[in-house]
Design a protein around this ligand. Structure first.
Ligand SMILES: C[S@@+](CC[C@H](N)C(=O)[O-])C[C@H]1O[C@@H](n2cnc3c(N)ncnc32)[C@H](O)[C@@H]1O
Length: 211
């Protein structure tokens, strides 16, 4: 279990079980304990990376860029412990729910944008973000991370969950992960990788920093 949780993320007993929690308004019907809300690692790749004890480098209070925000499940937890949090999602439907998560989080900024086109949100997102969290689950996951490297501070962290089946449904996941990591290494130094299988089948958690 991790000793490297950011400030604002705690292990607390909720509904009779120890869970990761952040403090904020509930978003997806998650169990709560007072102002604390459980962060379900089975529904969140970043939650799984933290639950598995990966060294994400997160301390709390970071400026964060989140790619593939969907309806806000994970990015709402990020905004609970981080500073300014930019949430990019290109599908209008989940963005409607994302707006609800933003209502009680003045530091969470929704952007209806395509993460493959960072030039379309470069005027909004701060330069030198401390962390880039990516869960776009689409073909070309390494390419998206490389294109968005421009927003990361030199000592920033990329926290990426690679979904093998989004790249190639038929290929062996390990072969897909090798290919994605090779492409990532053109722009990033990979610090840690970990299978997220315990929570998310055929996903690899990656922590990297810009080269
Ligand atoms: C698996 S879901 C993400 C779940 C989310 N990360 C969470 O844990 O709450 C993947 C999301 O990425 C979005 N997505 C895929 N390609 C994208 C792109 N190029 N730009 C922005 N969003 C994208 C999809 O619309 C979808 O909502």
């Amino acid at each position: 279990m991790s000793d490297t949780l950011p400030e604002g993320v705690e292990r607390r007993e909720v509904d009779g079980r120890e869970r990761l929690c952040t403090r904020g308004e509930p978003v997806y019907g998650e169990p709560t304990d007072g102002e604390w809300r459980a962060w379900d690692a089975g529904r969140s790749k970043l939650g799984a990376m933290l639950a598995l004890g990966m060294d994400t480098g997160l301390a709390g209070g970071e400026t964060a860029l989140y790619l593939g925000a969907a309806n806000g499940t994970t990015v709402s937890h990020v905004a609970d412990f981080a500073g300014p949090t930019y949430a990019v999602e290109f599908s209008p439907r989940p963005v409607r729910d994302l707006l609800d998560a933003c209502a009680s989080r003045p530091n969470l900024f929704p952007l209806l944008k395509d993460a493959r086109r960072p030039e379309t949100y470069a005027h909004v997102v701060e330069a030198d973000c401390d962390v880039l969290v990516q869960g776009v689950a689409t073909r070309g996951q390494a390419d998206v991370a490389v294109r968005n490297r421009r927003f990361l501070a030199e000592d920033g962290r990329l926290l990426l969950a690679v979904k093998a089946r989004s790249e190639d449904v038929a290929a062996a996941p390990d072969a897909v992960f090798d290919e994605v990591l090779a492409e990532l290494r053109e722009a990033y130094e990979v610090l840690e990788t970990r299978s997220l299988d315990r929570y998310h089948e055929d996903h690899l958690g990656v922590v990297a920093t810009p080269k």
